[in-house]
Design a protein around this ligand. Structure first.
Ligand code: GDP
Ligand code: MG
Length: 745
């Protein structure tokens, strides 16, 4: 470590504002999630005002026990010797709860500065916190700040720098003297290698029988035996287990601190609580969520709204007929490029590649930027203001009824932005079966990149944005797929088990800081733009090549030339061959042309690619971009509206993009489980497509062998959904009891 560098660790409970503070201090735009554990890994960046200071944002935790991945990451880092000072962040509106972790961090023996965050809210509540008294009791400087309103930050940094120099923090809070005696005895038995400042921390950990800490300290055999005796004696005296004894002591200390340092304003119901009475209401909670998401998707995709107006302008003007500004006529982008190519004397091949391939494909994807923007303006607002945290809470009640944990819904809320962080957010689910199940089902939720696909489908189904109500249906199709899959999978041996309990602090509602709101929007929109110029760009080139080259009358070459300008030249292309070879899989779903097959495959690379490739495939000889013409051409590939819906359902539910599949692979950390995940997603998507198409046909009076298959499959699904939870499914509790009984017998 370079002597001039200072490492500052940010520790605190979930939702106490660590990420907000981290972003403020470092100018980063990390994810401010309103749920626990979106940050499982620690994050590092330099202080914007002083590059010699390195700040580390630790995952939010409630305790320094070793039970969750977040706790392990945080305490390993605190004990690693790297941090010079810890900023222990507390949500001052929730002091009592937050002090539980703060006490433990103070016990770590590192220089600590306690930052009381949300000063703005404390002031509003009228609570009075005596920071001097608190500082004395905790043995650490205390600074009031507001990360959101940027107050007290300079003082916090100055205090942290000062504290980093001061070695030998003295522990001020004491447990009951009997317990202190026991801890002293254990301290004395620790090997000399444990440094003075950390002896108390390890004494407590050994007393709690914390295996990781014991392994690390590695006491001699005799010492370990003596310690065991001491603990057993103390447990007998207190008639409680060691961990609970320590927890009880901490609560006692906290009660004293609260008494001495905090004057609560007379309780009145806060605005947040009033809103929550309605929003998280048992009966109203779910319909309100449905209405809100409905509105979000309708606004982002409906005709009158800004989103579509923007998209239309981009499509019609930039990529369509050109536009007029201040009385000057501008050509469209394709028009301008066409002009340039013609002036440069480009060949037919180059012109085709650039215009029909790249410009059509990338242009179609870029055309969605305004809609993406509106979608993320709305989603980020819902998240930053604190609403989505409530949704997790509301959904917990729904999920629990089906034996699922509400914890599984958090990754799904994240996945509404992008599946990659969604899958990553599953890390916080401790129960392995639940975690795997969540990884598998999370990407059913439509991410931002699926929005263009939904819009394309909507256009093909009902024409120009007349029916904005269709797009929310695809969102709820995703939610339904998650719930139905969860219910079915929970009744299989692979995923059975009781739901894990779900606890979460709900932050008070507030207007998002414009900065974090904007960063949030920009993070997603810029990723989308970047993808358009990289992955989508490359894909359109590849697809253009596959579609324009092929074999005609025994010769391989550039089809528009070797077919002598045959209108249907693409049916001789390599892409047509590949599409035809694979397309039969989709016959029962009602779409099996090589074009739709190629689009589905391209969607596996990136979902918005499907729209780019549709535009490339259908725009041959014509530079329409995303437009009513494209919708019509696209719709023309399908025999019925049912087939279009089946195509949509299949593509929105099947395996996600490459990036998300890679993340699934990393999360599962097993080839077998990755295969199960991708296989289940594709299989489930195929079945939903089958049901939609066949039942649509049946309603039209068309009956075939596939109708029988569809009815049989539907019956099986309904059976698996509605049969009671099998007896063995929640047997693991009993199995444990039996194992314990066997061990003592
Ligand atoms: P983390 O889980 O500790 O990383 O917490 P976040 O940084 O994600 O913050 C949780 C929520 O509290 C977010 O909605 C923030 O906007 C909000 N928040 C953070 N600091 C403050 C503050 O000082 N005052 C208020 N009113 N809200 C804050
Ligand atoms: Mg955070």
């Amino acid at each position: 470590m370079a002597a001039s560098q200072l490492h500052v660790a940010l520790a605190g409970n979930p939702n106490c504002g660590k990420t907000t503070l981290f972003n403020l201090l470092t100018g980063q735009n990390g994810y401010v999630g309103n749920w626990p554990g979106v940050t499982v890994e620690k994050k590092e960046a330099r202080l914007s005002s002083d590059a010699s200071v390195i700040v580390t944002d630790l995952p939010g935790i409630y305790s320094l026990s070793p039970y969750s991945p977040e706790e392990v990451v945080s305490r390993d880092y605190l004990m690693s010797g790297e941090p010079d000072v810890v900023i222990q962040l507390l949500d001052a509106t929730n002091l009592e709860r937050n002090l539980y972790l703060a006490l433990q961090v103070v016990e770590c023996g590192l220089p600590v500065v306690v930052a009381l965050n949300m000063a703005d809210l404390v002031e509003k509540n009228g609570d009075k916190i005596d920071t001097d008294a608190l500082s004395k009791r905790l043995g650490a400087p205390v600074v009031m700040i507001s990360a959101l309103k940027n107050t007290g930050i300079d003082e916090l940094i100055a205090t942290a720098k000062q504290a980093a120099g001061a070695k030998n923090a003295v522990l001020e809070h004491k447990f009951d003297s009997a317990i202190e005696d026991v801890l002293d005895k254990i301290e004395a038995l620790l090997p000399a290698s444990v440094p003075a400042a950390k002896r108390r921390y390890y004494a407590v950990k050994l007393f709690e029988r914390d295996e990781a800490a014991t392994k690390y300290v590695n006491p001699t055999k005799e010492a370990a035996a003596t310690i065991d005796q001491i603990i057993a004696q103390c447990e007998a005296d207190c008639d409680d287990d060691a961990e609970s004894i320590i927890a009880g002591e901490r609560y006692a200390v906290i009660a004293h601190i609260m008494d001495a340092c905090v004057k609560k304003a007379p309780a009145k119901m806060s605005v947040s609580e009033k809103i929550d009475r309605v929003v998280t209401n048992r009966i109203l909670g779910l319909p309100i969520f449905v209405l809100i998401m409905w509105a979000v998707y309708s606004i982002a995709t409906s005709a009158d709204a800004f989103g579509t107006a923007g998209t239309d302008w981009v499509n019609d003007c930039l990529f369509g007929d050109g536009f007029e500004l201040f009385g000057m006529a501008f050509p469209s982008i394709p028009g301008a490029i066409e002009g340039m190519l013609a002036a440069a004397g480009a060949s037919e091949l180059v012109t085709s590649l650039v215009l029909d391939g790249i410009v059509a494909g990338v242009g179609a994807v870029l055309g969605f930027i305004p809609q993406m923007f509106v979608l993320f303006v709305l989603l980020s607002f819902l998240e930053d203001c604190g609403y989505l945290a409530r949704v997790a809470f509301v959904m917990d009640r729904v999920f629990r009824r089906f034996g699922l944990s509400g914890k599984s819904f958090i990754p799904m809320l994240v996945a509404t932005g992008c599946g990659v962080p969604g899958v990553l957010a599953t890390k916080t689910i401790e129960n392995e079966k639940d975690r795997r199940m969540t990884v598998i089902t999370t990407t059913f939720i439509p991410c931002g990149a699926k929005l263009p696909v939904i819009a394309l489908l909507m256009g093909a189904l009902v024409g120009d944005g007349e029916a904005g109500w269709i797009s929310p249906l695809f969102y709820f199709l995703g939610v339904a797929a998650v719930i139905v899959s969860g219910v079915m999978l929970k009744k299989t041996k692979l995923f059975a088990g009781r739901p894990t309990p779900f606890v979460m602090e709900l932050p008070a509602y507030h207007f998002p800081s414009l900065r974090s709101w904007w960063l949030h929007i920009w993070e997603r929109v810029s990723a989308y733009i970047k993808k358009a110029f990289t992955i989508i760009f490359a894909s359109t080139v590849v697809v253009w090549f596959l579609m324009n080259f092929g074999v005609y009358e025994g010769a391989f070459g550039f089809l528009p030339e070797i077919t002598g300008g045959l209108e249907e030249f693409t049916s001789y292309s390599i892409l047509a061959m590949i599409g035809t070879a694979v397309g039969w899989i989709f016959i029962p779903l009602g779409f099996s042309s090589w074009e739709t097959t190629a689009m589905s495959i391209s969607g596996l690379v990136a979902k918005e690619n499907l729209v780019g490739i549709a535009s490339t495939i259908l725009a041959v000889g014509d530079d329409t971009g995303l437009s009513p013409e494209l919708w019509q051409a696209f719709g023309g590939l399908f025999p019925t509206a049912g087939a279009i819906a089946a195509f949509g359902a299949f593509n929105l539910l099947c395996a996600p993009c490459f990036a998300a599949m890679g993340t699934i692979r990393a999360q599962m950390n097993s080839a077998k489980w990755t295969a199960i995940a991708i296989g289940y997603e594709c299989g489930f998507a195929w079945i939903v497509g089958l049901l939609i198409n066949q039942f649509y046909l049946l309603a039209q009076g068309v009956f075939s062998l596939w109708t029988i298959v569809a009815i049989a499959v539907a019956a099986l699904l309904l059976f698996q959904i509605f049969r009671p939870m099998p007896r063995w499914a929640w047997d693991d509790d009993r199995a444990e009891v039996k194992a314990a009984a066997g061990a003592t017998a």
